[in-house]
Design a protein around this ligand. Sequence first.
Ligand SMILES: [Zn+2]
Ligand SMILES: [Zn+2]
Length: 407
Amino acid sequence: MSEPSSQTSVSFTRRAATALTQWIDSDHCPDGAEKMRNEPDKVDLVRVMPFVILHLACFAVIWVGWSSVAVWTAVALYFIRMFAVTGIHHRYFSHKTYSTSRFGQFFLALWAATTVQRGSLWWAYHHRHHHQHSDDPEDAHSPHVHGFLWSHIGWITSRRNFPTDYTKIKDLAKFPELVWLNRFDLVVPVLFAFATYGFGALLETYAPGLGTNGLQMLVWGFFISTTVLFHGTACINSMAHLMGKRRFKTDDDSRNSFILTIITLGEGWHNNHHRFQSCTRNGFYWWEIDPTYYGLKMLSWTGLIWGLKPVPQSILDEGMHADHHASVVAAVASRAASSGSHDYATLRRIVPVATAMAVATATASSANLPKKADGPAIRKNLSEEAHNMGPAKPAPSSTHGEVPPVA
Ligand SMILES: [Zn+2]
Ligand SMILES: [Zn+2]
């Protein structure tokens, strides 16, 4: 074997070994997290294999079939966990829009970990970075900079985006229990997967008339529900800066979209959120439905959380006098001023949205591929915003900015 090919082989083996270890210990960076974050964007197939398996396992529905109880469990777990994505990962850890106790915080982090979107600290770190660099080249998931597919799914497969920069989330990194959950971010998802299997097995034993079993519940309650949950969440990254109306003249191209609001329980009011991130609501007015806010309000009645932050009257007044077209013009001007290279040609806007619709359709159709009807008789069918973030990272040398899921 020649010297260069030998070196290449050693390099590949070393990178693969690192990736495999990161499945278990996501803070494992033998060459330093900083070095990894400064690498050019490149998909790491070994590291993302659990993510690939998550998707492929959905096809097991061909063998396990379906039942009403399994499908409805998948739907319920989608919404229970979408609430965790938006109400916990986003509105608590990323933006601290309400308060809780240390125990409450740990409980919320556990809940959010069942979403299988890495740890809350990784999530918050990347999301705060998004607000700091929205639609700039450094924004890892701006559809205007990187295109639809990269913003939707590509950026999380890139090696440089794996490590958590704890120096940028010092307010969260001071809690060792949160750091542990973030470091070993596969633990809760694996336990959650076993729990869905156990739930199905229990139903098979004690309620055989429901027609489900452990494997079927695992496929529907964990794999399908989690995969759809990921893509629902990712729609905010890929589409919330593309589709919908602009109310506020923010420095980015964030939009308000009712469709995205339904998919994400309130995150669709993204332009509102980019204008003011410190309030608990994303729907600023009574007619802008915000299920996550309603849920958080109910949680506050239990005493688990408190201090939900309201939308300032000045922001509400500003919004009442805003104009969509003027805001779009401002966004275009802002982008041109900051980069001088972004064009907002009609084609560039239509292609990503059309692709998104195709992906959504394919996802929906595959999720409804019942093989047999063996179910029961009854059928139903973030401020402190940039707040506690540390200083912005020096711009990396590659065209794809530093890090960057969601909202
Ligand atoms: Zn946010
Ligand atoms: Zn955004």
